[in-house]
Write a protein that binds this ligand. Sequence first.
Ligand SMILES: O=C(O)CCC(=O)C(=O)O
Length: 328
Amino acid sequence: MSLKEAQLSQEQIEFFHREGYLVVENLFQNDELNPLRRELAEGIDEKVEQLLMDGLLTETYPSESLETRLVKIYRDNEEVGRQVMYYLEGLGGGGYHGQEMFNLIRHPNMLKLAESILGPELVSSSIYRLRTKVPGDKMKEVPWHQDSGYFSSHCDSHLILTCWIPLVDAFRENGCLEVIPRSHRFGIVEHHQCSDKEGYLLIKDENLPESGEPKITVEVKAGSVLLLTNLTAHCSLPNRTDEIRWSVDLRYQSAKTPNNVDLWPEENPADYEKNLQIACSPPEADFVVQNNRNPEKAVDFEGFLQRRKAYYQHGYPKEERWKPETVH
Ligand SMILES: O=C(O)CCC(=O)C(=O)O
């Protein structure tokens, strides 16, 4: 898609605000996602090589595709398969920070699309995730939630745009997302911590926002993008195929909304308090991706790595938002 076409139409913008989601078809030519796919395949190579040297695996399946190689490794030894996955994803899913991930976050079509909804001054955050959805892995079935459930409460009234980008065609059988249209109109609802999936929150069925709309299964082709608001209730289905459903979810917000782009973590109590009050996800680094008045403020790859590293090393706590009543 050309840059001009990546600009959403008025009709698309109205649909997004009314329904709380929007699928933007063919934002990328399929080969535009290949550099990231290649980089991920190289990451798998690297880790597999290391595990081989450590004597932890014998068969490495070098001729398998990105969709199938890890599945084979998992089937031989789940623990080893998880090591490869966590090497890429990081434990919380937000660890991946290769050059091609950054290139996707800064892709002109992504910025144009985000600008259509959020305006020209754009901040992105490290609350982006790489999802390696291995067939049958229950940990990869994400329960019903609103993204705001994971963010600080002072950001509930601000729009944080989730851009869910499958790297392969995503459909019901391989675990695409389900969404409740118009559910973003009811504010934040109560979330609980999942006891069988550490780190995940869920909305109990009886607390799901009653928009009157039936939930829908949103199938998205590789190259297309699903947009969600931070209050849109959604979940992801099980992967019942033999291949991995790879995807990334990126997040953008207007530079006018709370963010920590000007704050560098220091052992300074004033900054500590300030970050808790301003950032929507205090442990994670926000960074400027587009500033038309001061283009030099947008980070380059080195700046992106530097900010991520500084926040990772500092380890800011999050708001304790939901009481630790656990639900399966
Ligand atoms: O990709 C998935 O399976 C879940 C994604 C999700 O829940 C999110 O992006 O908030």
